[in-house]
Design a protein around this ligand. Structure first.
Ligand code: TZP
Ligand code: MG
Length: 224
């Protein structure tokens, strides 16, 4: 496994692409887009294969193996969404879970030695996640999203400010409706990075979109 120093996590989460094959026209398009995103400069990738038309079983495993290889070859952090067994079987760098994905204490036990990220929609959720060992928080949805049918109400970049002013110091990414235009505001609010699906998966040129977003994020980080 690629080992990522924990001190690098803030940097490594700067531009976090989240996707599964169902976010793209086909499994082939997914692999092509992931490679373009990597070439454009994403720093982390979350394999989030879920919902209707998603791959299952052996196909899902094989896709995860290939996605991990693409990421590993380019020093991109490789995180698996929800599925501990898949994380273990492909030896991913970590796992990302939401609030309803099981008992966080148990999940933390089962992800020892791996990076654990948790989604939080409120300060209380973020505090609980950190106290149970989450190494980074995905805060959101920040803006309106059409990529997650069951997404909660958008909370705005204010949520990130609220987390930061209330002692949430762990690495943090904003997620939900983050476009090129909005990425800077998310960093200025106190996030270490932006997590996006459609800004890259639906882009005319995912490579250009990734490299532009990376530049905006790094600029905003330098300005802080
Ligand atoms: N969790 C909160 S919002 C969201 C997830 C997975 C979807 C983000 O997708 P997009 O297209 O960047 O709004
Ligand atoms: Mg989940």
């Amino acid at each position: 496994m690629t080992t990522f120093a924990k001190t690098d996590l803030r940097q490594q989460l700067s531009l976090y692409f989240v996707a599964g094959t169902m976010n793209c026209e086909s499994p082939e398009a997914f692999e092509r887009i992931l490679l373009q995103a990597i070439k454009g400069g994403i720093t982390a990738f979350q394999y989030r294969e879920k919902g209707s038309n998603c791959l299952t079983g052996e196909e899902r495993f094989q896709m995860a193996v290939r996605a991990k290889k693409l990421c590993g070859d380019h020093n991109v952090l490789f995180i698996v969404n929800d599925d501990i067994e898949l994380m273990k079987s492909v030896d991913a760098d970590g796992l990302h879970v939401g609030q309803s994905d099981g008992n966080l204490k148990v999940i933390r036990q089962e992800t020892k030695g791996k990076i654990l990220g948790v989604s939080a929609h409120t300060l209380a959720e973020a505090e609980d996640a950190v106290s149970l060992g989450a190494e980074y928080i995905g805060a959101g949805p920040i803006y309106q999203t059409s990529s997650k049918p069951d997404a909660k109400k958008p909370v705005g970049a204010e949520l990130i400010k609220e987390f930061r002013s209330n002692g949430i110091t762990v690495p943090l990414v904003g997620i939900g409706g983050i476009s090129l235009e909005k990425a800077g505001a998310v960093i200025e609010a106190g996030a270490d990075g932006a997590a996006v699906i459609s800004a890259i998966s639906c882009a005319k040129d995912p490579s250009v979109s990734s490299s532009e977003m990376f530049k905006i994020i790094m600029q905003a980080k330098r300005g802080l």
